[in-house]
Design a protein around this ligand. Structure first.
Ligand code: NAG
Ligand code: NAG
Ligand code: NAG
Length: 366
């Protein structure tokens, strides 16, 4: 055989083996437990709203929420040493006068270095009119597991009154040693997109933002949460509002959050003209769980659209990597809002929500 025909034969063998070796692998949920069941009752997380939590390297859980006290908004940390059964107060990230400094939407994450970050919204308001004069996503850091905090960076900022920046979510991509920041940014009163920025220096400096949902669509996409489906496949969930009503939507990334697509609606409320919003997502041992708040059970009385005033906290799961969803349960009664999720051990997890204060409900998959 000539050199070129050997080369061609080799190429053919290579191409065929590639064809044979890469069938599209269906998502495999090895354990198959997808039915959520409440374990015991909800416990007190903290006297405030917007609870979030993440694991620390010492085995404890760091929680964060927004407290309102003495005329201030206070980003407060709590800690659990018993897997989320009880929470003790721990530290304060920052605080400011509620009438001039709208600080809220905290999210905590520990980096591989051990440093803990907290991202939050940090807006300025005109105390006399309440109008927003400046919007910021600010990041503070702690080198003592979330007790003492200092300023680190401000990855997003816009002057008021239009371009609000809301609800930051942090994720660390170990394959690229890169920190990811997801948040929602308003383009107008009726249009908001999901944005993503990257940091390769542990959150000190940030890339320009890329729009990962909402480009070319007039809707309010917000309240983003992100989870790994498997390998490098991710799913982001967010609410989307058009004409005053919210649904739960998702996009996926094949490459650990570099690129996103495949937008679809994963939950529409069961009654017309009601809403489902404020989702978060986690992977619990292969099963995806999505929390949200909805006023769907109010039926006709919801048509005055009192969202989010009279919403229950609910949860759905997917055993096939996010293609189909079901097993809906109510976790927090009316009124429960702004839930977060935390995986305890791949079988049990926490749904944390504000129902007359921040609470944590343990849920087990069976
Ligand atoms: C659900 O949890 C309750 C206790 O909270 C328990 O009695 C029941 O057996 C559980 N159901 C399943 C299917 O595991
Ligand atoms: C929040 O923004 C204000 C400006 O209104 C700034 O003075 C303050 O330092 C910021 N908070 C933190 C913790 O960086
Ligand atoms: C829902 O709202 C639209 C207008 O926003 C109205 O046309 C429709 O009749 C409403 N549906 C119900 C069931 O009330």
């Amino acid at each position: 055989m000539s050199r070129s025909s050997v080369f061609l034969l080799g190429l053919l063998v290579l191409l065929c083996s590639v064809c044979l070796a890469v069938p599209v692998e269906p998502f495999l949920n090895k354990r198959g437990a997808t039915v959520p069941n409440l374990s015991g009752s909800a416990v007190v997380f903290g006297a405030g709203t917007y609870p979030r939590a993440n694991k620390l390297s010492d085995g404890s859980i760091l929680g964060v929420y927004t407290a309102f006290s003495g005329g201030n908004n206070i980003i407060t940390t709590v800690r659990s040493l018993d897997g989320g059964q009880s929470w003790q107060s721990w530290g304060v990230v920052t605080q400011g006068p509620s009438n001039a400094n709208d600080i809220d939407n905290p999210y905590v994450l520990q980096l591989p270095s051990g440093r803990v970050l907290c991202a939050f919204r940090n807006h300025s308001k005109d105390p006399s009119t309440g109008a927003y004069t400046f919007f910021r996503i600010t990041i503070c850091y702690s080198d003592d597991m979330g007790q003492a905090w200092s300023y680190l960076s401000q990855p997003a900022s816009d002057p008021g009154p239009v371009n609000g920046n809301w609800e930051p979510f942090l994720r660390y991509d170990t394959s690229r040693s890169t920190l990811q920041l997801y948040y929602s940014r308003e383009n107008s009163a009726v249009d908001q997109d999901t944005l993503e920025r990257f940091s390769t220096d542990n959150g000190q400096t940030w890339s320009a933002a890329q729009t990962i949902s909402g480009a070319g669509i007039t809707s309010r996409d917000g309240m983003t949460g992100v989870a790994t489906i498997s390998g490098t496949a991710l799913m982001a969930v967010f609410e989307s509002e058009t004409n005053g009503y919210f649904t739960i939507n998702a996009i996926t990334s094949p490459d650990n959050g570099q690129t996103w697509g495949g937008r679809n609606t994963i939950y529409t409320p069961s009654a017309p003209n009601t809403s489902a919003g404020a989702p978060q997502i986690i992977n619990v041992g292969g099963t995806l769980a999505v929390s949200f708040q909805t006023n769907e059970d109010l039926g006709a009385s919801a048509l005055s659209n009192n969202y989010p005033g009279s919403t229950a906290g609910k949860l759905i799961t997917s055993g096939d990597g996010g293609s189909t969803w079901g097993n809906k349960i109510m976790v927090g009664p009316i009124s429960s809002v702004w839930a977060g999720l935390y995986d305890i051990d791949g079988t049990s997890f926490l749904m944390m929500f504000d129902s007359g204060g921040a609470k944590a409900q343990q849920i087990t998959l069976t």
